[in-house]
Design a protein around this ligand. Sequence first.
Ligand SMILES: *[C@@H]1O[C@H](CO)[C@@H](O)[C@H](O)[C@H]1NC(C)=O
Ligand SMILES: *[C@@H]1O[C@H](CO)[C@@H](O)[C@H](O)[C@H]1NC(C)=O
Ligand SMILES: *[C@@H]1O[C@H](CO)[C@@H](O)[C@H](O)[C@H]1NC(C)=O
Length: 435
Amino acid sequence: MDSISYFILSLLLSSSFLHSSLPSAFSTEIPHSEREALEIIIGGGGAPSPPANCPPPPPSLSQRLLKARKVLLNFKATIEDPNCFTSNWQKDVSPCNYTGIKCATYPNSKELAVAGLDFNQAGFSGRQGSKLCLSGILENIPELTFFHVNSNNFSGQIPTEIMKFPFFFELDLSNNKLQGYFPMEVLSNSQLLFLDLRFNSLTGPIPPKLFTMDLDVIFINNNKFSSNLPWNFGNTPARYLTFANNKFTGPIPSSIGKASKTLTEVLFLGNQFSGCLPYEIGLLKKATVFDVSSNLLTGPIPESFACLQKIQFLNLAKNKFYGSVPESVCKLPGIRNNGNLTLAGNYFTYVGPECKKLIASKVLDVRQNCIKGLPNQKSPQECYKFLSCVKHCPNEWSLKVVPCEKGYSEYEETASPPTAPVTYESLKPTRHRLM
Ligand SMILES: *[C@@H]1O[C@H](CO)[C@@H](O)[C@H](O)[C@H]1NC(C)=O
Ligand SMILES: *[C@@H]1O[C@H](CO)[C@@H](O)[C@H](O)[C@H]1NC(C)=O
Ligand SMILES: *[C@@H]1O[C@H](CO)[C@@H](O)[C@H](O)[C@H]1NC(C)=O
């Protein structure tokens, strides 16, 4: 599709836009699932439509389009375009017909405007080895609602102007050459829904303000972010969080329980998180994916995990967890029904009959632990060395808390078969399925 409706976009925005200046007709709440559907529609392919047999005379272009075309042609002049992505960007053609440009009717006008740029996988870089900057293009098209530039060679600052655009809501700068600290510019946009900064070289801590924004998706995996996660982490209303493969340290904040109404998939794998798991993780009744593998976490699995009624992919592999694997976790319907429980590479010492059933059906992987009588375990020496000087958790009392009333038995025995997780695809550098 070539054009999208700002009306739809406005609806989309309004749910996150409580103090919105949009007309009241636009203020209907949209549930998250519809947001997602719309994101997929809007993000759809960039192929131009075939030419009509008998084209009508081209209508004269609006001021908005004329201005945007100038910006785009200036941009074209500064880039190396090895894949000829911009070959149909000609000066006598409407920019709405350019590859990668999405037009829509601007609100309260009958004029078309450039509503989005989709340069995913275009492979742009700066002309003759110069830097390809985000400024120069982004801040000059104020009608933009989204900017997708996965797998290009953009670097430099994100222009602050973009965050003041009245309808801007999706920013995908994944797999580029961004360096420096977390781009504070994005924090000033109150209507941003989708932020994808994965596969860049960003460093330093994550600002707490990120978790007060009304974002639905935060993908920041495969950067070099460090420090502890801010204490207010759980204030985020996001459904999908990928923090994988950075250098985060310290504990998983116990505030994570506050995200129980929304948090669906969270990837913490491949960092240096340490300490014990907070029992509040068990409050995440919507969570289908929780992956903290390859960190420095320790302690037992909190009994509260019995309340993860929707969980399908639970991965705690390659940490320093110990104790018995709670039988209640092995009874969780989403796990039993073709889910995936990976506990390999820890120091667990016991599994009960329910867990043994899952091992037999290859749903549960407990290789490289310290469980007597099972194959592929760590050596007795290694187990002894670790278990003889185990550090106890500061929150030990809470590890027995089961915050849902009756535990797993409350829930249906037959969960629906697992749906493919959305977030794992973010661990590849290329374009994301959500987009
Ligand atoms: C854009 O493409 C459409 C259909 O493909 C065509 O009718 C129209 O004339 C083109 N507009 C311009 C300004 O080239
Ligand atoms: C991309 O940018 C880097 C520097 O940021 C440069 O070394 C590299 O050559 C660029 N790639 C291309 C294809 O120009
Ligand atoms: C379970 O997840 C792990 C880790 O992602 C993966 O290596 C393994 O292949 C999965 N097992 C099954 C049966 O899908």
